[in-house]
Design a protein. Structure first.
Length: 379
Protein backbone atom coordinates (compact mmCIF):
# COMPACT_ATOMS: atom_id res chain seq x y z
CA UNK A 1 0.00 0.00 0.00
CA UNK A 2 1.28 3.47 -0.92
CA UNK A 3 1.69 5.53 2.27
CA UNK A 4 -0.52 8.56 2.73
CA UNK A 5 1.15 11.90 2.14
CA UNK A 6 0.93 14.65 4.76
CA UNK A 7 -1.66 17.39 4.29
CA UNK A 8 -0.64 21.07 4.18
CA UNK A 9 -1.66 21.43 7.84
CA UNK A 10 0.33 18.33 8.80
CA UNK A 11 3.28 19.86 6.93
CA UNK A 12 3.16 22.90 9.17
CA UNK A 13 1.22 25.37 7.02
CA UNK A 14 -1.46 27.46 8.67
CA UNK A 15 -4.72 28.65 7.17
CA UNK A 16 -7.22 31.30 8.10
CA UNK A 17 -10.49 30.21 9.69
CA UNK A 18 -11.45 27.27 11.86
CA UNK A 19 -11.98 23.89 10.16
CA UNK A 20 -14.58 21.36 11.17
CA UNK A 21 -13.77 18.02 12.80
CA UNK A 22 -12.69 16.31 9.56
CA UNK A 23 -11.79 19.47 7.60
CA UNK A 24 -13.96 18.27 4.71
CA UNK A 25 -17.41 18.65 3.20
CA UNK A 26 -18.82 15.86 5.38
CA UNK A 27 -18.53 18.21 8.38
CA UNK A 28 -21.81 19.64 7.08
CA UNK A 29 -24.63 17.71 8.72
CA UNK A 30 -26.07 14.88 6.58
CA UNK A 31 -23.64 15.25 3.67
CA UNK A 32 -21.81 12.05 2.68
CA UNK A 33 -19.24 11.15 0.01
CA UNK A 34 -18.51 7.91 -1.81
CA UNK A 35 -15.95 6.90 -4.44
CA UNK A 36 -15.29 4.35 -7.13
CA UNK A 37 -12.10 4.37 -9.17
CA UNK A 38 -9.70 2.27 -11.23
CA UNK A 39 -5.94 2.86 -11.35
CA UNK A 40 -4.02 0.90 -13.95
CA UNK A 41 -4.68 -0.89 -17.22
CA UNK A 42 -7.78 -2.75 -18.35
CA UNK A 43 -7.82 -6.29 -19.72
CA UNK A 44 -6.96 -4.99 -23.19
CA UNK A 45 -3.97 -3.04 -21.91
CA UNK A 46 -5.62 0.36 -22.22
CA UNK A 47 -4.90 3.03 -19.63
CA UNK A 48 -7.83 3.06 -17.19
CA UNK A 49 -7.15 5.68 -14.54
CA UNK A 50 -10.49 7.28 -13.81
CA UNK A 51 -13.45 7.10 -11.47
CA UNK A 52 -16.65 8.53 -10.05
CA UNK A 53 -17.37 10.61 -6.95
CA UNK A 54 -20.85 10.56 -5.42
CA UNK A 55 -22.10 13.18 -2.95
CA UNK A 56 -25.41 12.73 -1.15
CA UNK A 57 -26.63 16.15 0.07
CA UNK A 58 -29.06 14.62 2.55
CA UNK A 59 -27.16 11.41 3.32
CA UNK A 60 -29.24 8.30 3.88
CA UNK A 61 -32.57 10.04 4.41
CA UNK A 62 -35.29 7.39 3.87
CA UNK A 63 -37.41 9.86 1.91
CA UNK A 64 -35.95 11.83 -0.97
CA UNK A 65 -35.58 15.45 0.07
CA UNK A 66 -34.90 18.62 -1.84
CA UNK A 67 -32.81 21.47 -0.51
CA UNK A 68 -32.06 25.06 -1.59
CA UNK A 69 -29.36 25.22 -4.26
CA UNK A 70 -27.73 27.42 -6.88
CA UNK A 71 -25.33 27.12 -9.80
CA UNK A 72 -22.58 29.51 -10.83
CA UNK A 73 -20.52 29.13 -14.00
CA UNK A 74 -17.39 31.24 -14.17
CA UNK A 75 -16.34 29.65 -17.47
CA UNK A 76 -18.77 27.24 -19.08
CA UNK A 77 -16.44 24.94 -21.00
CA UNK A 78 -17.81 21.98 -19.07
CA UNK A 79 -20.95 20.08 -18.14
CA UNK A 80 -23.18 19.90 -15.10
CA UNK A 81 -26.47 18.19 -15.83
CA UNK A 82 -29.64 19.31 -14.10
CA UNK A 83 -28.36 22.87 -13.86
CA UNK A 84 -31.26 24.48 -15.75
CA UNK A 85 -33.83 23.19 -13.28
CA UNK A 86 -31.69 24.17 -10.31
CA UNK A 87 -31.44 27.70 -11.70
CA UNK A 88 -35.20 27.94 -12.21
CA UNK A 89 -36.45 26.10 -9.12
CA UNK A 90 -33.69 27.07 -6.70
CA UNK A 91 -33.60 23.52 -5.32
CA UNK A 92 -31.60 20.30 -5.57
CA UNK A 93 -33.31 16.93 -5.23
CA UNK A 94 -30.73 14.39 -6.38
CA UNK A 95 -27.29 12.98 -5.69
CA UNK A 96 -24.30 14.82 -7.17
CA UNK A 97 -21.84 12.79 -9.25
CA UNK A 98 -18.48 13.93 -10.64
CA UNK A 99 -16.55 11.93 -13.23
CA UNK A 100 -14.63 12.32 -16.48
CA UNK A 101 -15.92 14.18 -19.53
CA UNK A 102 -16.97 11.13 -21.55
CA UNK A 103 -18.56 9.28 -18.62
CA UNK A 104 -21.36 11.77 -17.93
CA UNK A 105 -23.93 9.57 -19.70
CA UNK A 106 -22.97 6.44 -17.78
CA UNK A 107 -23.06 8.28 -14.44
CA UNK A 108 -26.40 9.88 -15.30
CA UNK A 109 -27.94 6.50 -16.16
CA UNK A 110 -26.66 5.07 -12.90
CA UNK A 111 -28.05 7.94 -10.84
CA UNK A 112 -31.52 7.66 -12.40
CA UNK A 113 -31.64 3.90 -11.80
CA UNK A 114 -30.31 4.21 -8.26
CA UNK A 115 -32.84 6.90 -7.34
CA UNK A 116 -35.74 4.99 -8.88
CA UNK A 117 -34.82 1.89 -6.87
CA UNK A 118 -33.94 3.66 -3.62
CA UNK A 119 -37.12 5.77 -3.67
CA UNK A 120 -39.33 3.31 -5.49
CA UNK A 121 -42.75 4.48 -4.29
CA UNK A 122 -42.00 8.09 -5.19
CA UNK A 123 -41.17 7.15 -8.78
CA UNK A 124 -43.76 4.43 -9.35
CA UNK A 125 -46.76 5.94 -7.56
CA UNK A 126 -46.13 9.67 -7.73
CA UNK A 127 -44.74 10.19 -11.26
CA UNK A 128 -41.54 11.67 -9.88
CA UNK A 129 -38.83 12.35 -12.45
CA UNK A 130 -35.06 12.24 -12.01
CA UNK A 131 -32.75 14.99 -13.25
CA UNK A 132 -29.57 14.15 -11.35
CA UNK A 133 -26.54 16.40 -11.22
CA UNK A 134 -23.52 14.95 -13.03
CA UNK A 135 -20.43 17.09 -13.57
CA UNK A 136 -17.13 16.35 -15.32
CA UNK A 137 -13.51 17.25 -15.89
CA UNK A 138 -11.16 15.91 -18.59
CA UNK A 139 -8.66 13.17 -17.69
CA UNK A 140 -7.48 12.25 -21.20
CA UNK A 141 -3.83 12.89 -20.33
CA UNK A 142 -3.67 9.96 -17.88
CA UNK A 143 -6.69 7.89 -18.89
CA UNK A 144 -7.76 6.46 -22.26
CA UNK A 145 -10.90 8.56 -22.18
CA UNK A 146 -11.90 7.55 -25.71
CA UNK A 147 -12.32 3.94 -24.57
CA UNK A 148 -15.45 4.94 -22.59
CA UNK A 149 -14.52 2.55 -19.78
CA UNK A 150 -16.64 3.90 -16.94
CA UNK A 151 -20.00 2.15 -16.93
CA UNK A 152 -23.22 2.74 -14.94
CA UNK A 153 -22.35 -0.05 -12.51
CA UNK A 154 -19.19 1.82 -11.50
CA UNK A 155 -21.10 4.99 -10.72
CA UNK A 156 -23.63 2.96 -8.79
CA UNK A 157 -20.86 1.60 -6.57
CA UNK A 158 -19.85 5.18 -5.71
CA UNK A 159 -23.46 5.96 -4.78
CA UNK A 160 -23.73 2.88 -2.60
CA UNK A 161 -20.48 3.76 -0.85
CA UNK A 162 -21.79 7.26 -0.13
CA UNK A 163 -24.96 5.73 1.33
CA UNK A 164 -22.91 3.31 3.45
CA UNK A 165 -20.75 6.19 4.71
CA UNK A 166 -23.88 8.06 5.79
CA UNK A 167 -25.15 5.01 7.67
CA UNK A 168 -21.77 4.49 9.33
CA UNK A 169 -21.65 8.14 10.40
CA UNK A 170 -24.86 7.65 12.40
CA UNK A 171 -23.20 4.86 14.37
CA UNK A 172 -19.57 5.98 14.67
CA UNK A 173 -19.61 9.70 13.82
CA UNK A 174 -18.09 11.41 10.83
CA UNK A 175 -14.63 10.31 9.72
CA UNK A 176 -12.17 11.96 7.31
CA UNK A 177 -12.65 11.25 3.61
CA UNK A 178 -9.90 10.14 1.25
CA UNK A 179 -8.48 12.79 -1.07
CA UNK A 180 -6.13 12.99 -4.05
CA UNK A 181 -6.22 10.00 -6.43
CA UNK A 182 -9.75 8.93 -5.55
CA UNK A 183 -13.16 8.93 -7.22
CA UNK A 184 -13.58 11.16 -10.24
CA UNK A 185 -10.31 12.85 -9.35
CA UNK A 186 -8.25 9.71 -10.05
CA UNK A 187 -6.75 10.87 -13.35
CA UNK A 188 -6.80 14.64 -12.94
CA UNK A 189 -3.97 17.22 -12.95
CA UNK A 190 -3.53 20.65 -11.36
CA UNK A 191 -0.88 23.17 -12.42
CA UNK A 192 0.95 20.33 -14.20
CA UNK A 193 1.12 18.25 -11.01
CA UNK A 194 -1.07 15.30 -10.11
CA UNK A 195 -4.36 16.77 -8.86
CA UNK A 196 -7.68 15.15 -8.06
CA UNK A 197 -10.24 15.23 -5.27
CA UNK A 198 -9.88 17.68 -2.40
CA UNK A 199 -12.01 19.03 0.41
CA UNK A 200 -11.97 21.43 3.35
CA UNK A 201 -14.42 23.04 5.77
CA UNK A 202 -14.87 26.04 8.03
CA UNK A 203 -17.03 26.56 11.10
CA UNK A 204 -18.75 29.91 11.61
CA UNK A 205 -20.09 31.56 14.77
CA UNK A 206 -22.82 34.15 14.19
CA UNK A 207 -24.27 35.65 17.38
CA UNK A 208 -25.02 32.27 18.90
CA UNK A 209 -25.74 30.53 15.59
CA UNK A 210 -23.08 28.00 14.61
CA UNK A 211 -22.76 26.80 11.06
CA UNK A 212 -20.39 24.96 8.75
CA UNK A 213 -19.31 25.55 5.17
CA UNK A 214 -17.78 22.59 3.36
CA UNK A 215 -16.11 22.61 -0.04
CA UNK A 216 -15.32 19.67 -2.32
CA UNK A 217 -13.31 20.09 -5.53
CA UNK A 218 -12.45 17.91 -8.47
CA UNK A 219 -9.30 19.83 -9.30
CA UNK A 220 -8.08 19.62 -12.90
CA UNK A 221 -6.97 23.07 -14.00
CA UNK A 222 -4.04 25.46 -14.44
CA UNK A 223 -0.63 25.34 -16.04
CA UNK A 224 2.68 25.21 -14.20
CA UNK A 225 3.57 28.86 -14.61
CA UNK A 226 0.37 30.03 -12.91
CA UNK A 227 0.91 28.18 -9.64
CA UNK A 228 1.53 30.49 -6.70
CA UNK A 229 0.74 30.70 -3.01
CA UNK A 230 0.88 33.65 -0.67
CA UNK A 231 2.63 35.76 -3.27
CA UNK A 232 5.29 33.18 -4.01
CA UNK A 233 5.48 32.30 -7.79
CA UNK A 234 6.08 28.60 -7.15
CA UNK A 235 5.35 27.41 -10.67
CA UNK A 236 7.92 29.69 -12.24
CA UNK A 237 10.48 28.69 -9.60
CA UNK A 238 9.88 24.94 -9.96
CA UNK A 239 12.99 23.16 -11.31
CA UNK A 240 11.08 20.33 -13.01
CA UNK A 241 8.91 21.01 -16.08
CA UNK A 242 5.32 19.96 -16.52
CA UNK A 243 4.86 16.75 -18.59
CA UNK A 244 2.59 18.75 -20.89
CA UNK A 245 3.87 21.00 -23.66
CA UNK A 246 4.82 24.39 -22.24
CA UNK A 247 3.10 26.21 -25.10
CA UNK A 248 -0.14 24.22 -24.81
CA UNK A 249 -3.19 26.14 -23.61
CA UNK A 250 -4.61 25.29 -20.19
CA UNK A 251 -6.97 22.35 -20.65
CA UNK A 252 -8.92 21.08 -17.67
CA UNK A 253 -11.72 22.18 -15.40
CA UNK A 254 -12.63 22.72 -11.78
CA UNK A 255 -15.88 21.40 -10.38
CA UNK A 256 -16.65 22.77 -6.93
CA UNK A 257 -19.41 21.70 -4.57
CA UNK A 258 -20.15 24.04 -1.66
CA UNK A 259 -22.38 22.75 1.14
CA UNK A 260 -23.59 24.48 4.28
CA UNK A 261 -26.00 23.80 7.11
CA UNK A 262 -26.72 27.50 7.48
CA UNK A 263 -30.21 28.57 6.31
CA UNK A 264 -29.48 30.20 2.95
CA UNK A 265 -31.94 30.63 0.11
CA UNK A 266 -31.13 30.04 -3.56
CA UNK A 267 -30.14 33.63 -4.28
CA UNK A 268 -27.81 33.72 -1.29
CA UNK A 269 -26.29 30.40 -2.34
CA UNK A 270 -25.55 31.82 -5.78
CA UNK A 271 -23.71 34.69 -4.11
CA UNK A 272 -21.73 32.17 -2.07
CA UNK A 273 -20.88 30.17 -5.21
CA UNK A 274 -19.57 33.34 -6.84
CA UNK A 275 -16.86 33.51 -4.14
CA UNK A 276 -15.25 30.21 -5.17
CA UNK A 277 -13.13 31.84 -7.93
CA UNK A 278 -11.51 34.05 -5.28
CA UNK A 279 -10.14 30.96 -3.57
CA UNK A 280 -8.92 29.65 -6.93
CA UNK A 281 -7.23 32.96 -7.74
CA UNK A 282 -5.23 32.79 -4.50
CA UNK A 283 -3.39 29.85 -6.10
CA UNK A 284 -3.00 31.48 -9.52
CA UNK A 285 -5.95 29.98 -11.40
CA UNK A 286 -7.44 32.21 -14.12
CA UNK A 287 -10.25 30.08 -15.65
CA UNK A 288 -8.76 29.66 -19.11
CA UNK A 289 -10.81 29.35 -22.27
CA UNK A 290 -10.53 25.54 -22.38
CA UNK A 291 -11.30 25.11 -18.68
CA UNK A 292 -14.78 24.75 -17.17
CA UNK A 293 -15.16 26.38 -13.74
CA UNK A 294 -18.61 25.41 -12.48
CA UNK A 295 -19.88 25.53 -8.90
CA UNK A 296 -22.93 24.03 -7.22
CA UNK A 297 -23.83 25.39 -3.78
CA UNK A 298 -26.55 23.94 -1.55
CA UNK A 299 -27.87 24.24 1.99
CA UNK A 300 -29.08 21.30 4.06
CA UNK A 301 -31.28 23.68 6.05
CA UNK A 302 -34.93 24.03 5.02
CA UNK A 303 -35.18 20.62 3.35
CA UNK A 304 -38.54 19.38 2.23
CA UNK A 305 -39.84 16.08 0.94
CA UNK A 306 -39.56 15.69 -2.81
CA UNK A 307 -42.92 15.11 -4.47
CA UNK A 308 -44.16 14.27 -7.93
CA UNK A 309 -47.32 15.33 -9.74
CA UNK A 310 -49.82 13.19 -7.81
CA UNK A 311 -49.07 14.71 -4.39
CA UNK A 312 -48.09 18.34 -4.89
CA UNK A 313 -47.77 18.92 -1.14
CA UNK A 314 -48.30 22.04 0.92
CA UNK A 315 -49.31 25.24 -0.81
CA UNK A 316 -46.99 27.36 1.33
CA UNK A 317 -43.51 26.47 2.59
CA UNK A 318 -42.18 28.61 5.42
CA UNK A 319 -38.45 29.27 5.01
CA UNK A 320 -35.86 30.66 7.39
CA UNK A 321 -33.01 32.57 5.78
CA UNK A 322 -29.88 34.17 7.14
CA UNK A 323 -29.90 37.94 7.13
CA UNK A 324 -27.69 39.37 4.38
CA UNK A 325 -25.62 41.25 6.95
CA UNK A 326 -24.20 37.90 8.11
CA UNK A 327 -23.18 36.66 4.66
CA UNK A 328 -19.69 38.16 4.81
CA UNK A 329 -18.59 35.38 7.17
CA UNK A 330 -19.97 32.76 4.78
CA UNK A 331 -18.20 34.36 1.83
CA UNK A 332 -14.90 34.41 3.70
CA UNK A 333 -15.27 30.78 4.79
CA UNK A 334 -15.98 29.74 1.18
CA UNK A 335 -12.84 31.45 -0.12
CA UNK A 336 -10.72 29.91 2.63
CA UNK A 337 -12.09 26.39 2.21
CA UNK A 338 -11.79 26.51 -1.59
CA UNK A 339 -8.11 27.46 -1.42
CA UNK A 340 -7.35 24.73 1.11
CA UNK A 341 -9.39 22.07 -0.70
CA UNK A 342 -7.31 22.54 -3.85
CA UNK A 343 -4.06 22.41 -1.89
CA UNK A 344 -5.32 19.32 -0.05
CA UNK A 345 -5.88 17.62 -3.41
CA UNK A 346 -2.34 18.51 -4.51
CA UNK A 347 -0.74 17.33 -1.27
CA UNK A 348 -2.70 14.06 -1.15
CA UNK A 349 -2.23 13.10 -4.80
CA UNK A 350 0.22 10.40 -5.90
CA UNK A 351 2.29 10.36 -9.10
CA UNK A 352 0.95 8.28 -12.00
CA UNK A 353 1.87 7.42 -15.61
CA UNK A 354 0.42 9.55 -18.37
CA UNK A 355 -1.43 8.17 -21.37
CA UNK A 356 -1.07 10.95 -23.92
CA UNK A 357 1.71 12.06 -24.10
CA UNK A 358 3.49 9.09 -22.51
CA UNK A 359 5.42 9.97 -19.40
CA UNK A 360 4.78 10.59 -15.72
CA UNK A 361 2.45 13.06 -14.04
CA UNK A 362 4.40 13.77 -10.87
CA UNK A 363 2.81 14.61 -7.56
CA UNK A 364 3.72 17.89 -5.93
CA UNK A 365 7.08 17.59 -4.18
CA UNK A 366 6.03 18.54 -0.66
CA UNK A 367 9.60 18.94 0.60
CA UNK A 368 10.44 21.32 -2.24
CA UNK A 369 7.19 23.22 -1.74
CA UNK A 370 8.03 23.58 1.94
CA UNK A 371 11.57 24.74 1.19
CA UNK A 372 10.35 27.42 -1.21
CA UNK A 373 7.79 28.69 1.29
CA UNK A 374 10.31 28.64 4.14
CA UNK A 375 12.61 30.87 2.07
CA UNK A 376 9.75 33.34 1.70
CA UNK A 377 9.21 33.71 5.45
CA UNK A 378 10.70 36.79 7.08
CA UNK A 379 13.78 36.02 9.19
Amino acid sequence: MIPLRPSPRESGFGFSGTPGATNSIVDVADVSVGYWHHDGLNAQGQAFRSGVTAILPMGDAPLLRSCPAAIYSQNGNGEMTGSHWIKDSGRLNSPVLITNTHAVGAAHEAAVGWMAQRYKDLFEKDHFWAMPVVAETYDGFTNDILAMQIRPEHARLALEQAWACAERAHQLGKSPIAQGNVGGGMGMQTFGFKGGSGSSSRTIQLEGLQGTVGVFVQSNFGDRGQFCWRGRPLGRMWPHPSPFAQDMAETGSLITIVATDLPLDAKQLELVARRVPMGVALLGGSAGNYSGEITLAFSTANPREARGVMRPGALIHPVNALDESALDSVYEATVQATEEAILNALFAAQSMPTHKPLGVLHALDIELFTAFMREARPH
